[in-house]
Design a binder for this molecule. Structure first.
Ligand SMILES: Cc1cc2nc3c(=O)[nH]c(=O)nc-3n(C[C@H](O)[C@H](O)[C@H](O)COP(=O)(O)O)c2cc1C
Length: 340
């Protein structure tokens, strides 16, 4: 799998998810088997570039190459500027967001709303490709299947984007109107894969090794992209990689292993966000981790309550370390083994 000059170790991608796939989480996913990760979207609004949120998103210190940054906006010249701004800060691949259904983005006619205006969408693609070309930076595009069921124009846009110089397409198998409802379909991806020569990535509801294999086989896609199934379970990438390579399931990680990854994730998270924001924004990750572990409902609820009540890095880190120690002890005790 290759994007422009960048050769990737495998074809398993982490989806960009605003508020989730920040640098610490992307780094962990890459360490646990993802071949590629795209940043959370960075706005094309210059007035917001100095905000703490955007400057954090545009900082890629310590992240494994290639650094891919997603940009979002509605104006071709502003999007070209945003591409240059991110290239200056280390971006090696620029991804254009035409997939996000969020109101905040769509009301400003960005994200998947751009698919409604093909002329504007392609003008943006052309401007961004032109801005990136002198730097040798490839441009990729992420979109949905269309705006609504009667306007499923992803294949038309895919061809136009390829002609404009886009070097990889990702398609989430839902329309904007669907939001996250129903099941993602991958027939549109299969269709686009037959239409274009550039790599095509399938995205939407891929949440298990079996599903990953099925989507790859059914669509002929060059890669798959995983979003929500990686929340609290970044080791899904190595599980899928193992299954695709051997046809066998990798054993689930043990609690001691997860404890190590989670504490490493937390430390990285705190050092990016600082104490106040870091402790608050770590809570959702910790809740997702707890849900993906073999814990009882009571254990998850108790853990979340204690995590949410801790207001400092020290306290939150201690809650996590102690909880894992207790779970590991219980599971290793002869009484638990007998009960199991
Ligand atoms: C919390 C959240 C934030 C998201 N943010 C973005 C984003 O910034 N840019 C984007 O292109 N897609 C975004 N998405 C969409 C995902 O990249 C992906 O296309 C979608 O979740 C479907 O994949 P999945 O079923 O594997 O989760 C977001 C999704 C979620 C759940």
């Amino acid at each position: 799998m290759q994007i422009g000059p960048h050769r990737l170790p495998n074809a398993l991608f982490v989806a960009p998810m605003a508020g989730v796939t920040d640098r610490p989480f992307r780094k962990l996913c890459k360490r646990l088997g993802a071949g590629y990760a795209v940043s959370e979207m960075v706005t094309s609004r210059r007035d917001l570039w100095d905000s703490l949120k955007t400057s954090r998103r545009a900082n890629h210190e310590g992240e494994a190459a290639p650094i891919a940054v997603q940009i979002a906006g509605t104006d071709a010249a502003m999007m070209a500027d945003a591409a240059r701004y991110n290239i200056d800060r280390g971006a090696q691949i620029i991804d254009i967001n035409m997939g996000c259904p969020a109101k905040k983005v769509c009301n400003k006619w960005a994200g998947s709303a751009l698919m409604q205006d093909e002329t504007l969408a392609i003008a943006i693609v052309e401007a961004v490709v032109q801005a990136c070309a002198p730097h040798g930076v490839p441009v990729t595009l992420k979109m949905r299947t269309g705006w609504c069921d009667s306007a499923r124009n992803a294949p038309v846009l895919a061809l136009a984007a390829e002609a404009a110089g886009v070097q990889m397409l990702t398609v989430h198998g839902r329309t904007r109107e669907q939001g996250y409802k129903g099941q993602a379909e991958h027939d549109t991806v299969a269709h686009i894969k037959r239409l274009v020569k550039i790599p095509v990535v399938a995205n939407g509801d891929i949440n298990s090794p079996e599903r990953a294999r099925e989507v790859l086989q059914r669509t002929g896609a060059d890669a798959i992209m995983i979003g929500r199934a990686a929340q609290g379970r970044p080791w899904i990438f190595r599980e899928i990689a193992h299954y695709l390579a051997t046809g066998e399931h990798l054993a689930a990680p043990d609690l001691a292993e997860v404890r190590g990854w989670l504490l490493e994730h937390l430390d990285d998270h705190y050092s990016l966000y600082g104490e106040d924001t870091g402790v608050r924004s770590a809570r959702k990750h910790l809740g997702w981790y707890a849900q993906s572990l073999p814990l009882s409902r009571e254990e998850v609820a108790h853990f979340r309550a204690r995590v949410n009540a801790s207001a400092t890095i020290d306290a939150q880190r201690r809650v996590v370390a102690d909880a894992f120690d207790a779970w590991i002890d219980t599971r290793e005790s002869p009484a638990w083994k007998l009960a199991a």
